[in-house]
Design a protein around this ligand. Structure first.
Ligand code: CTP
Ligand code: MG
Length: 232
């Protein structure tokens, strides 16, 4: 039986957010951002295991925290890399190498900083892409008008937005496919797992995401994330 395993890259430093510590450790409503994210997966009945990939030198994460202990099906991997893609590659290799994942299991890669993922969106991804050999990602159709800008700060042209989607996470692929895609990819050039898979000539599914599934990136994102987490 194919299992669904969440892989949470949490080895970033949060430069743009600028909290003086990695943004996954910022506390909102009494819990860290990372803990909010872990709780989403721990509560989902179709997720068998959650693996968190930390930076090797991470000294902030406290495995003795009460909330972490309650998430029984969680493993910590201290093998984060210099880029998000490297962190994910190391995490997938560790899961397979340690026998925690089988090649046919689904891996759902999800940003630690995307702590407001609605349960329904996660269910939708598993239902629509979980049995598909090419996998799939959550994404939302682009809503705003898109402009291509010149180096002089002026509009070059308006880019038709029809058919354009904004990629979110989770991104779901079989462990074997994800490992193969990341081993083949120039990791400096990829910003999500799907783009590594696309380079193999495979076209993953676009599964409707949710605009509330935003990533804590800039300081001004915290206000909305606070409101969204208060709704839960
Ligand atoms: N990430 C990671 N390993 C890295 C870089 C990023 O695991 N070497 C993770 C982050 O912890 C985050 C996710 O990838 O959960 C999305 O990346 P991003 O939003 O860019 O986070 P940071 O890289 O931490 O932020 P910044 O780019 O502003 O420094
Ligand atoms: Mg980054």
């Amino acid at each position: 039986m194919k299992r669904n395993i969440a892989l949470i890259p949490a080895a970033g430093t949060g430069e743009r957010f600028g909290a003086g510590k990695p943004k996954q450790y910022v506390e909102i409503h009494g819990k860290t951002v990372l803990q909010h994210t872990l709780d989403i997966f721990a509560a989902h009945p179709q997720i068998s295991l959650t693996a968190v990939v930390l930076a090797a030198d991470d000294s902030v994460f406290a495995p003795e925290a009460a909330a972490f202990q309650t998430a029984a099906e969680t493993v910590l991997l201290r093998c984060g890399g210099a880029s998000r893609a490297e962190t994910v590659r190391n995490g997938v290799n560790a899961l397979l190498g340690l026998g925690l994942a089988a090649p046919g299991d689904n891996i759902l890669v999800h940003d630690a900083a995307r702590c407001c993922l609605p349960e329904a969106a996660l269910s939708r991804l598993i239902d629509q892409a979980g049995s598909h050999p090419d996998g799939g990602i959550l994404a939302v159709p682009v809503a705003d008008t898109l402009k291509s800008g010149g180096s002089d700060g002026r509009i070059e042209t308006t880019v038709p937005r029809s058919g354009l989607w904004q990629a979110q996470t989770p991104q779901l692929f079989s462990a074997a496919l994800l490992q193969r895609a990341l081993a083949a990819a120039d990791l400096g050039a990829i910003t999500d797992e799907a783009s590594a898979v696309e380079r193999l000539g495979i076209r993953p599914l676009l599964v409707p995401g949710d605009s509330r599934n935003l990533k804590l990136t800039l300081p001004q994102d915290e206000y909305i994330v606070r409101l969204l987490l208060a709704q839960k």
